[in-house]
Design a protein around this ligand. Structure first.
Ligand SMILES: Nc1nc2c(ncn2[C@@H]2O[C@H](COP(=O)(O)OP(=O)(O)OP(=O)(O)O)[C@@H](O)[C@H]2O)c(=O)[nH]1
Ligand SMILES: [Mg+2]
Length: 227
């Protein structure tokens, strides 16, 4: 009997991610996927990044991904923007967001006029990187307390990312972080990674990060105009 070799178990996810991306683009929207280990500072960063993006008149929506609780969505509620919270415990407790799950989250906010959708993935330094979410930009956060070796030990997310944030930079001295080594390890895994130092406390690097995200949205608009 012929043996069927499954070459791409992620094929279905990729198809759905492609469809979602196409749908967003047709509406002039782009999506940014924030990934990191639990507690690296994704939600706190979003809290500071969103007002920075709003300064340019951009309409921001958020899709939050967690296994349980609506805590992260609650922390962003004061920003008064459309937010969808996904809790994966209702369908198996996945440690990542697959494209069909993100599409479900998007459905909850798609009636709102939005320019940029910020997606906070489930806290996990490995699995989320395996799934195309339909985003245009992947951002990985590594906080200075996690150790310089993490890009080498968990390379997948750093390879999948366009931007790498060295986050909680305000704690670098207290944590005795070797910043040049951390940066070198990130770039060893992915030489194309754009590395920024950020802090959700002091706001260091937040305007630069907002600029990169705005550029992504602008270039998307140019792409649509040129057909
Ligand atoms: N000093 C300092 N603390 C931070 C910074 N960013 C986040 N924190 C703190 O770190 C803790 C975790 O931050 P969160 O924003 O919840 O991290 P997260 O990545 O969203 O966590 P999960 O959603 O559980 O994966 C909180 O106590 C934050 O206040 C930062 O830039 N500097
Ligand atoms: Mg969070």
């Amino acid at each position: 009997m012929e043996i069927k070799l499954v070459k791409n178990v992620f094929e279905e996810n990729e198809t759905l991610a492609h469809e979602l991306r196409k749908k967003l683009h047709s509406r002039g929207q782009c999506m940014v996927n924030f990934m990191s280990a639990p507690g690296s500072g994704k939600t706190r960063l979003l809290e500071k990044l969103i007002p920075e993006l709003q300064k340019s008149g951009l309409k921001i929506g958020v899709i939050e991904g967690d296994i349980t609780t609506t805590r992260d969505a609650e922390r962003l509620q004061h920003l008064n923007i459309p937010i969808a919270q996904i809790c994966t415990e209702f369908f198996g407790g996945d440690c990542h967001l697959a494209a069909h799950v993100v599409a479900g989250g998007y459905q909850e906010i798609e009636k709102e006029p939005l320019d940029i959708i910020l997606l906070e993935n489930v806290g996990n330094l490995v699995c989320p990187a395996e799934f195309d979410t339909g985003s245009d930009l992947n951002i990985v956060l590594l906080s200075v307390t996690e150790g310089e070796d993490k890009p080498l030990k968990y390379p997948l997310m750093f390879r999948a990312a366009h931007i790498g944030l060295i986050n909680k930079i305000d704690l670098a001295i207290a944590a005795e972080t070797n910043l040049p080594l951390l940066r070198k390890n990130m770039l060893q895994v992915n030489p194309k990674l754009q590395v920024l130092e950020t802090s959700g406390k002091t706001l260091q690097g937040i305007p630069e990060l907002a600029e990169r995200i705005k550029n992504c949205h602008t270039s998307l608009g140019q792409l649509i105009q040129s057909g």
